[in-house]
Write a protein that binds this ligand. Structure first.
Ligand SMILES: Cc1ncc(COP(=O)(O)O)c(C=O)c1O
Ligand SMILES: N[C@@H](CCOP(=O)(O)O)C(=O)O
Length: 462
């Protein structure tokens, strides 16, 4: 399987190279040249299979000969062994035709663990084979960072630097990043918002001297391997509801567009998905784009669902690539316009393609809180604020097709918002009970990429 850039001008890579490379050298994002498909019999055969077996079937066609079958099965087994639920991604019913897919049973209590635990295992295997050492730099609005640190802490071949917006993540998220004591973990609290952090990471990738000098690698959803691992739970959940003999829709709380884009890949692979519904909080750029065809950035507004406080939604570029019928030059032009002016207008054809796949909705702060209150009182579900955004939007899209809403984080990661809305204090699992007793370690930095690069160089001695 060969991987190509959304902007059409970077070298074509293998899966292993694309995984270790991160951002393409033309500034684009890597995608498989063709999306492998699974026929109805292969999907039907997933009924009753373990999460790990489905993961193997879904991901194997994308990885080529990077790992032998035995190696890949072992990677998958190790990745999910630490999850706190046998089903890995269990589902509960919220109402007639409405289901909640719980993606928060991993080690850091958010859906990011599904991919990050896989990537940790895959990096370790690939790097131990080549003897290379890499510097991972990631941007986070809270959950990617904690999942990455958990997956890479203590590994010999990796230093992991996580940039998070100072004061804009929950206390639990911050402590998950600042309390690990391993020397290869570096939590950097950056002045600004998530977009500041993500732009800094992309700038570092676009500075080839720095990139090559520190052997930069990325574990944000820039990395297609992240997206790939998230495709699996679309299959397990849809199959448990009757796919391929029944069509299913999904509502996905969305920020950087990685999770819902994984649903798009599942659909292209042959999973019968009717609609992918984008659910945004008050940072509603994706909803506005679906409504108007214009992608226009505004300042990030801090919300009670902080992990989705994003304006520059990285993977939307991948959605555009398909909407523009894989025309890398057209995507590059839109991305240049975004960088220069903060906006771009999607062409009529691309707009229609997006509208045929995705629907969308926006949820205010008051509606998010009210949804947490009502889900607890009427459905017996304590939702995190991101999942509440999803459930609220899903309710407006319920119909004859079963709807699966993705519950992306555990409510205990956001106790203040959850308690204020529901009156219930969500407890952390016992294994995390000492999180607030441990010393914190972080470096505060201005939102200036040169200052951040200087710290990274100094820490790794480059
Ligand atoms: C809890 C939670 N929900 C939803 C999202 C949005 O996911 P994505 O960025 O893949 O759209 C994120 C962060 O990305 C998150 O951490
Ligand atoms: N919400 C995310 C933002 C980064 O998204 P990613 O999927 O590109 O890593 C977070 O929690 O950090």
């Amino acid at each position: 399987m060969r991987y190509i850039s959304t902007r059409g001008k970077a070298p074509v890579l293998s899966f292993e190279q694309a995984m270790l490379t991160g951002l393409a050298r033309d500034g684009g994002l890597y995608l498989p040249e063709t999306i492998p498909t699974l026929d109805a019999d292969a999907i039907r055969a997933m009924r009753g299979a373990t999460y790990e077996d489905v993961a193997f079937t879904v991901m194997k066609p994308f990885i080529g000969d990077t790992f032998t079958d035995a190696e890949f099965r072992e990677i998958i087994a190790c990745a999910y062994a630490g999850f706190g639920h046998d089903a890995r991604a269990p589902m509960v019913q919220l109402g007639p035709n409405h289901f909640l897919l719980e993606l928060f049973h991993g080690p850091t209590l958010a859906f990011k663990d599904f991919a990050m635990q896989m990537i940790g295992q895959m990096f370790q295997k690939a790097l131990s084979r080549s003897g290379e050492r890499v510097t991972i730099v990631g941007a986070t609005s809270g959950d990617t960072g904690s999942a990455a640190i958990e997956a890479f802490r203590g590994l010999d071949a990796v230093d992991v630097f996580i940039l998070f917006p100072n004061g804009r993540v929950s206390d639990v998220q911050r402590r998950q990043m600042t309390t690990p004591s391993e020397a290869n973990v570096h939590a950097l609290a950056v002045e600004g918002d998530f977009d500041t952090c993500q732009a800094a990471v992309k700038d570092m990738f676009n500075d080839f001297d720095f990139r090559d000098g520190v052997r930069l690698a990325g574990v944000n959803s820039i990395n297609f391997a992240r997206v790939l691992a998230q495709v699996v739970y679309y299959f397990t959940s849809a199959v448990s509801l009757g796919a391929p003999d029944r069509t299913v829709s999904f509502t996905v709380p969305t920020g950087n567009f990685g999770d819902i884009f994984a649903g798009y890949i599942a659909k292209q692979m042959g999973l019968p998905i009717e609609t992918l519904v984008i659910a945004t909080n008050q940072n509603d750029i994706l909803h506005r784009t679906l409504e108007t065809g214009a992608y226009t950035t505004e300042g990030v507004k801090p919300s009670i669902s902080p992990s989705m406080d994003i304006q520059v939604s990285s993977n939307f570029e991948r959605a555009l690539f398909y909407a523009y019928e894989q025309d890398g030059a057209a995507v590059a032009a839109e991305m240049d316009s975004l960088k220069a002016t903060g906006e771009f207008k999607v062409s009529q054809g691309a707009y229609e393609a997006l509208k045929s796949t995705y629907a969308s909705g926006r949820v205010s702060e008051a509606q998010t809180s009210a949804m947490i209150t009502r889900a607890q009182a009427e459905m017996g579900e304590l939702l995190c604020p991101h999942s509440a955004v999803g459930v609220h939007v899903a309710e407006a899209h319920l119909g004859a097709t079963p709807m699966v809403t993705l519950a992306t984080a555990h409510p205990a990661k956001f106790p203040a918002a959850v308690e204020a809305a529901s009156g219930h204090h969500p407890a952390l699992p016992p294994r995390m009970a000492d999180l607030f007793d441990k010393p914190e370690r972080m470096t505060e930095l201005p939102g200036d990429v040169e200052a951040i690069k200087a710290v990274i160089r100094e820490r790794i001695g480059a």
